[in-house]
Design a protein around this ligand. Structure first.
Ligand code: BGC
Length: 752
């Protein structure tokens, strides 16, 4: 690594124009990366390439590991696994020749319909923060720049480029900021600003949040990059603390490397405002209104290299600010070895990454219900039903789409594992994936290169759906055949899915098309019914009482079929617990349209800190499945719980919770021991009933015991007071040790 002095000398040597170009995003001349900074040839500063995204590396026409969705990673409640996952993402980024990964997405999941919930972690800030920190540490360990995004309060896709999140300081501090602060503390070299406004100010212009909070209060010394086409004017953004501005991404034919920096903008681009190129055929077509509401306006974006040198000359931007922007880019490049070429090796062990994705997919899967039907005996005769039997559900649409090298579908996974017969009768046509790229025209930048895999928004899928006369489609849709297969099988396994994309919120949290009808018909006919759910976030499961088991796999990525089979047959224990509350859509605070999607461009956050389980705890009725819920195939008992207050160590005041977990079943299993803090009632202060404070995921052998320790820091007991800052009210706090937000097994108390 070069010294700080060396970075300062480089900054001093930059001409105004060079400094402007260094912080101004352009198109990768090789047509590969999502974003590109050209470097400074004269000073031997190399280019910096940035690639999406949170589910794996996305480069046009190139394959990479398609990781399980980040929400599945969060469901493992395991920051160490998050670190391994991040390191694998980092290594793949390096191997692809890129320098910065546009991940993790760490916005709080506030809106159950949110189009990008699968890209994020949790409705709880402590879980989000722990997972984000793990992923960031992992990415940076591979000498790749992590880019936590989208800072901050980008909780919805509807009007994401214009909407103002109206949030009080307390909710901002307690809920929306912690995962970004944790990501910065974990060493993120970059932070991506969000498209939306917060309390009226566009995030790329938000001096208080970019400069005062992120840089000055948290000590962030990397660079803040805008979201793509995410600025409105250059000088205000630079003055507010934005360091790098990014234009849109060329797509389709334009993504062939022919584009040059400074191109005139005629391309079809992600980030298009809908004024041209809607379907790639007729440039005059406007975008369909629903997707237009999710896209930024390229016209407002002013390239930094054109505007900032002039602004320095006319005195509207201090040269020191431009130098600081350049220094932040150079320092961050230097930390990952880009200036002196001293970087971690760029090796990828593809098999090891496949095994890791399998581990994350199984450890993140949540067994919501099980009346004993699971695990299946190997010789069971299975009717395999549902629209998703022949696809590995990789993710949602948009900038996180990946192109896997290999996939296994549920059919392939079960056929390889089962000793009994597997009769496949889908009973429903494939559910059409959605991708924002389909609305924008051209081929998506990611995608699977047209190899026939059924990926979100991909053309093959749509064409087969559209061909009503196709006999294969008719067979697939034959509900009677599915019911007949279910009647004679020992067990019916129904694989259902939702569909979602960046730039568009789901129009509800029910399953698309006639999937509920299919599940109900099969459940009425079959002896036993298991539903395997591939979903982006909360979904309504109206039939959950009528079936024998519900296994939630989120978007499991390329290993879908293998992971599903291993879980169904008990080769793997479902290690996941819910990072989001499952409830009917009408029960969430965002059922009020002032809160989602907002009125007159403003989204009220007047639910304050009552997001997710905090809201359900404050009101009736009970959720369908609470935060933290999930079952193992084993059974656990908790004992010997104790609290230890650190009186003299380095973390004075921290509380360590220790508990012994016994596996009382005759099979090995994995438990996620969770802690929640119930604050004392203080006159005049409203606090949530309980707040998640930390967890430990632990494998416990059949009949064995494990003792786990969970450390709660001061923040676990604090609330944010807009006047006084973080405040611990004196009094007695109850620490719940348990299996979900609604399943405390042991209560301990501590005075603060
Ligand atoms: C998304 C970002 C992404 C960027 C580049 C934007 O539309 O919001 O998450 O990293 O595009 O693809």
């Amino acid at each position: 690594m070069a010294t700080d002095d060396a970075v300062s000398r480089l900054v001093e040597a930059l001409t105004l124009e060079e400094a402007g170009r260094l912080v101004s995003g352009t198109t990768d001349p090789a047509g590969r990366a999502t974003g590109y900074l050209g470097g400074v040839d004269r000073l031997e500063v190399p280019p910096l390439t940035l690639v999406d995204g949170p589910l794996g590396v996305r480069i046009p026409g190139e394959s990479a590991t398609a990781f399980p969705a980040p929400i599945a990673l969060a469901a493992t409640f395991d920051a160490d696994l998050a670190r391994e996952h991040g390191a694998a993402l980092g290594r793949e980024t390096r191997a692809a020749g890129a320098d910065a990964l546009l991940a993790p997405g760490t916005n709080l999941i506030r809106v159950p319909q949110g189009g990008r919930n699968f890209e994020y972690f949790a409705e709880d800030p402590v879980l989000s923060a722990a997972t984000a920190a793990g992923v960031v540490e992992g990415i940076e360990s591979a000498d790749v720049i992590a880019t936590p995004k989208h800072y901050v309060a980008n909780s919805q896709e509807t009007d994401r480029a214009t909407v103002s999140a109206e949030i009080g300081e307390r909710a901002l501090r307690e809920l929306y900021l912690p995962s970004f602060r944790a990501a910065v503390a974990a060493g993120a070299g970059s932070v991506m600003s969000a498209y939306n406004r917060v309390n009226g100010t566009r995030m790329s212009d938000h001096r208080r949040l970019l400069t005062d909070v992120l840089k000055e209060e948290w000590g962030f010394d990397g660079y803040v990059v805008s979201d793509w086409y995410g600025t409105e004017g250059a000088v205000d953004a630079a003055a507010a603390g934005l360091d790098v501005e990014m234009p849109g991404v060329p797509m389709g034919d334009e993504a062939d490397g022919a584009d040059e920096p400074g191109d005139d903008g005629d391309d079809v681009e992600a980030g298009d405002d809908g004024t041209d190129g809607a379907d790639g055929d007729d440039p005059a077509d406007p975008l369909p209104p629903e997707i237009a509401r999710g896209m930024p306006d390229p016209e407002t974006c002013e390239p930094f290299d054109e505007a900032l040198p002039a602004a320095v000359r006319d005195g509207s931007l201090p040269r020191e600010r431009l130098d600081d922007m350049a220094a932040r880019v150079l320092r961050t490049m230097d930390r990952v070895g880009l200036l002196d070429g001293d970087r971690a090796p760029a090796d990828v062990d593809a098999d090891a990454h496949r095994r890791l994705t399998f581990r994350v997919a199984t450890r993140g899967s949540v067994l919501l219900e099980n009346d004993g039907v699971l695990p299946l005996p190997a010789d069971a005769d299975v009717a395999l039903v549902g629209p998703a039997v022949d696809e590995a559900v990789l993710g949602g649409g948009g900038s996180s789409e990946t192109t896997p090298e290999t996939t296994t579908t549920p059919r392939e996974g079960l056929e390889a594992r089962a000793d009994g017969t597997v009769t496949v009768a889908p009973g429903h046509p494939p559910v059409e994936g959605i991708s924002m790229f389909d609305f924008l025209g051209g081929d998506d930048v990611g995608g699977d290169g047209g190899d026939g895999e059924n990926e979100p928004g991909e053309k093959e899928t749509r064409e087969s759906d559209d061909s009503a006369d196709d006999p294969a489609t008719d067979d697939a849709a034959d509900l009677d055949a599915a019911v007949a297969a279910a009647e004679v099988a020992d067990v019916a396994v129904v694989v259902v899915r939702d569909a979602t994309t960046e730039a568009l919120d789901r129009d509800g949290i029910g399953f698309p098309d006639r999937q509920d009808e299919l599940v109900e018909a099969v459940a009425a006919a079959a002896d036993r019914t298991v539903v395997a759910v591939a979903a982006s976030g909360p979904v309504e499961l109206p039939w959950h009482d009528a079936v024998d088991a519900v296994l939630l796999n989120w978007y499991p990525g390329q290993v879908h079929g293998d992971a599903l089979a291993a879980l169904l047959y008990g080769d793997a224990d479902p290690g996941g617990r819910l990072p989001v509350t499952f409830a009917p859509e009408s029960a969430y605070p965002t059922a009020d349209r002032r809160r989602f999607p907002g009125v007159d461009g403003r989204v009220s956050h007047d639910e304050g800190v009552l997001v997710g389980y905090r809201w359900f705890d404050a009101r009736d009725p009970d959720p369908t499945y609470p935060f933290g819920h999930g079952r193992s195939y084993a059974a656990f008992e908790y004992r010997d719980a104790a609290l230890d207050v650190d009186e003299e160590g380095e973390e004075v005041g921290d509380v360590a919770v220790t508990v012994t977990v016994e596996n009382v079943a005759d099979r090995d299993g994995r438990e996620v021991v969770q802690t929640y803090v119930r604050p004392p009632r203080v006159a005049g202060v409203d606090r949530p009933v309980r707040e998640f404070a930390g967890a430990e995921s632990v494998a416990v052998a059949a009949g064995g015991t494990e003792t786990v320790t969970i450390r709660l820091d001061d923040l676990a007991f604090s609330r944010y007071d807009p006047e006084a800052g973080w405040t611990v009210d004196p009094g007695e706090y109850v620490v719940e040790v348990g299996r979900s937000a609604r399943d405390a097994r042991i209560e301990l108390t501590v005075e603060r």
